[in-house]
Design a protein around this ligand. Structure first.
Ligand code: FES
Length: 238
């Protein structure tokens, strides 16, 4: 080894020794600071108990949170609050239900239209009368003896909407039906068509003297509404 390179190696070794020594001093200082910090802080748990022994069953002192007025004062207050809230809730619920029912119930003019009374004595035999009920036409037909026989003798089992005449009337001489074609809702014409009943000119549906569909595009018989005969001479629809 040349004298120059041996001097350089010696200088490097010297430098490394000095750095190592500085690192050791720094590490020792940090360890001392940590030891001081951990010994200086302290924590006192409220569950530690009064003695030096570690007693985990000790209960903290809650005196300052306790009610000084006694148990009865507290109960009276609780009952009062529960009772007041119950009364307020009941009143609110009653008002809500009442408003809802008032809004949903039918108005006086709607109720007046719900039922219609008709004097049958004013409709002669063999005549049609059309009245308006709930915004729809209602056909009332006072049928003759021949018409009743024709309606009853028809072979209803083979019809598109099979129904015997007896299922469509309460008294054979009175036929009551909605005057609305079951195809698309036109009003059929009375005493017309191929079957002596009603004819719908919109698309050519023919109904017989019992209001049953016999020909044309309508799928069903004319609808029979709810009705009753309170007396011999009167009819109530609805
Ligand atoms: S609406 Fe009556 S036949 Fe079409």
């Amino acid at each position: 080894m040349s004298p120059l390179s041996s001097t350089a190696a010696s200088v490097l070794r010297q430098g490394a020794r000095q750095q190592l020594s500085a690192l050791r001093t720094q590490k020792r200082g940090m360890a001392d600071a940590y030891t001081k910090a951990t010994t200086a802080s302290s924590y006192s748990s409220p569950f530690r108990g009064t003695s030096d022994r570690r007693d985990t069953t000790a209960i903290p002192d809650f005196k300052k949170y306790r009610n000084s007025g006694g148990e009865n004062t507290q109960k009276v207050f609780q009952y009062f609050m529960v009772g007041s809230m119950g009364a307020v809730t009941a009143l609110g619920a009653k008002a809500t239900v009442q408003d809802f029912l008032v809004n949903m119930s039918a108005s006086a003019d709607v109720l007046a239209q719900a039922k219609v009374e008709v004097d049958l004595a004013s409709i002669p035999e063999g005549k049609n009368v059309i009245i308006k009920w709930r915004g729809k036409p209602v056909f009332i037909r006072h049928r003759t003896e021949d018409e009743i026989k024709e309606a009853e003798d028809a072979k209803w089992e083979a019809l598109r909407d099979p129904q015997p005449d007896s299922d469509r009337v309460k008294k054979p001489e009175w036929l009551i039906m909605l005057g609305v074609c079951t195809h698309l809702g036109c009003v059929p014409i009375g005493e017309a068509g191929d079957f002596g009943g009603w004819f719908c000119p919109c698309h050519g549906s023919h109904y017989d003297i019992s209001g049953r569909i016999r020909k044309g595009p309508a799928p069903l018989n004319l609808e029979v509404p709810a009705y009753d005969f309170p007396t011999e001479e009167s009819l109530v629809i609805g």
